[in-house]
Design a protein around this ligand. Sequence first.
Ligand code: ATP
Length: 202
Amino acid sequence: MEKIGIFGGTYNPPHVGHLNIVSKFVAEYELDRVLIIPTFVPPHKVTPDLVPAKDRMEMCRRTFSDPIFEVSDIEIERQGKSYTYDTLIELKGLYKKAQFYFLCGDDMLLSLHTWHKPKGILDYCTIVSTVRSDDLRLEDLEAYAKEYFPAEFLEGKIQFMPIEPLELSSTEIRVKRKNGESVEGLVTPATLEYIESGGLYL
Ligand code: ATP
């Protein structure tokens, strides 16, 4: 059975922290492919530093350039609120025989109980989470899962991936650009070229 990873985000912009965790994810779970899914951001949420979807898609293609990655416009095309549950249903229809693994950082996992239909999500995929910095430990994530989703945790539907965290966020990159600082090394060279030549985040 095909094992498909899913890694969604705003990707404003995608950075080496994303690449770090998704690379570990591919190796650890022996995935056949990983769908990189930039989220649609509804117009009323648009902030001045959000770049258009087409730019986020292109930066994702440049960042996740290995053929194992597929940048998907499924949420951008659907528009409306990007519910993970709806995305999973759509993906199930497209890849009928696949097994899905959904990757997320600690900030995402710790809000899982507030997502739309979290138990439905766990029926359709295994969530794989990891820490973004040394402030949290995998044990903290495990304690959260045990408290909010005890049955699903016991079934192994929420898993934890040890990693050497790369403490970095898209926000930090946008702030650096605004301040006229270089973001070299924080994004891949091809993405850096796109950001600089397009004058993004200035
Ligand atoms: P922003 O600063 O704009 O909120 P972000 O850096 O958190 O952006 P997102 O596109 O929102 O990036 O993140 C997509 C996914 O990647 C989320 O699951 C998030 O937890 C995870 N993630 C982001 N940065 C890291 C990192 N440095 N290490 C591990 N996971 C990360």
